[in-house]
Design a protein around this ligand. Structure first.
Ligand code: MN
Length: 413
């Protein structure tokens, strides 16, 4: 397997974004700096883990900080061998020659692309002579995705920290959301809350969506002013030691929610509760989604938004007009984390150590989907992060209230 470091990305001319390591390289090696290639030789008896690291360079180190000698890197990262990155093109083809195939994502790095093409060409030639040589190319995810699905205790500790920081930041901010504020002010306060508590920063682009903006699922401009009567949808999460949290709460700027919007809030609240109850070992994310969907259908019929029986609504999937997305995604190093949703036996069975979101939502965008009176421009989503445990499930973000009366409603802003 060949895993190159993620490239440095530029915001403009020579101004770099803060570096974010490649999740797969980080997962397997802990290397979190640019310019490195890990080469893993599962077929070999020696040099099974070779790390190619950048050479010492006083000029570059002046700008970007100190580097270590290959020997230091070898000890620090537990490699069998560490070599200068400059030797990669010469050495890699030989190191890869004994395998059946190469796990590598084409396009990840230019010099790796060249080495992989050459190794496969040589492998084909070797195979015609002595029957061995690499001739398969596979995505590293075919091996790593199922591994990343089950978090080990060290990963769970980081995810717990990311969740705790996120909850604390949300708690500090939600109660102060009110009409007249800019969405950007809520964003700034939340992200200050993440960073000041030791997080790397936000795990993904923070969404603060007032009123109709809440109907745009990935709204992230956060450039509107919050109206006095708006519901404000806040979807954000801290990244701690590269692991993500992902929370959504929807709060009324006025502090009070009444009428149809309150009824719909309670429907989403009920779907969230039903979905969390479906999280246990042996269950599936399809089952979690079905539980949320059934509760949504029941609620939408009871409130009078959808006609017909609950079974008809489920059969015709008419709830999808208002609940258009899935309930869950895996969560980990990536916000939408790696990991299969189905395998040969059907939906992946939940096991202790798996972490995912539960995030039912209802949306009534006024133009594309004219909704019932009183609900035009309403978007409500409630999202928490769930860890499957041997006994059932733990809501990692469960300390943050979901019920309106606990979300500062009674404070009468
Ligand atoms: Mn999410």
């Amino acid at each position: 397997m060949l895993l190159p470091a993620a490239p440095v990305r530029f915001k403009n001319s020579d101004s770099e974004y803060r570096y974010r390591p490649d999740s797969e390289l980080l997962y397997l090696t802990g290397w979190d700096a640019p310019e490195c290639i890990a080469l893993l030789r599962g077929f070999a008896d020696e040099d099974r883990f070779v790390l190619f690291v950048p050479e010492r360079d006083p000029e570059k180190e002046l700008w970007a900080g100190p580097r270590c000698e290959p020997e230091e890197a070898r000890t620090l990262f537990g490699a069998d061998r560490a070599l200068p990155l400059g030797d990669f093109a010469d050495k890699a083809t030989g190191l890869l020659a004994g395998g059946e195939g190469i796990h590598y994502r084409l396009g990840a790095c230019e010099v790796c692309d060249r080495v992989v093409r050459e190794t496969l060409r040589n492998g084909r030639r070797l195979r015609t002579r002595n029957g061995v040589g690499p001739w398969m190319l596979a995505d590293p995810g075919t091996v790593l995705d199922p591994m990343r699905l089950r978090k080990d205790p060290a990963e769970i500790a980081r995810m717990r920290e990311a969740a705790g920081i996120s909850v604390a930041a949300f708690e500090a901010v939600l109660g102060s959301v009110r009409g007249g504020m800019g969405e950007w002010e809520v964003e700034a306060a939340l992200e200050a809350g993440f960073r000041s508590r030791g997080a790397n920063g936000p795990a993904f682009a923070t969404i603060v969506a007032a009123g109709v903006n809440g109907c745009t699922l990935h709204y992230s401009a956060n450039s509107a002013r919050i109206g006095a009567d708006d519901l404000v949808l806040v979807d954000a999460g801290a990244e701690f030691d590269f692991y993500a949290a992902d929370i959504t709460r929807t709060v009324p700027a006025s502090g009070q929610l009444e009428g149809a919007r309150r009824e719909v809030y309670e429907v989403v609240r009920g779907a969230h509760r039903a979905a969390v109850a479906a999280c246990f070992p042996g269950g599936t994310l399809d089952g979690v989604h079905r539980a949320a969907v059934r509760r949504m259908a029941e609620g939408l019929v009871a409130v009078g938004i959808l006609e017909g029986s609950v079974e008809e609504v489920l059969d015709k999937r008419s709830y999808r007009r208002f609940f258009p997305h899935r309930t869950s995604h895996w969560l980990g190093l990536d916000t939408h984390d790696a990991g299969p949703y189905r395998d040969r036996d059907g939906p992946v069975r939940l096991e202790p150590g798996m972490v995912f979101t539960v995030e039912p939502g209802l949306y009534f965008p006024p133009e594309s989907n004219p909704g019932p009176p009183g609900l035009e421009g309403t978007g409500i989503r409630l999202e928490d992060d769930v860890l499957v445990t041997p006994e059932g499930a733990e809501v990692l973000t469960g300390a943050l209230p979901l019920d309106l009366n606990e979300l500062g409603e009674s404070e009468g802003r």
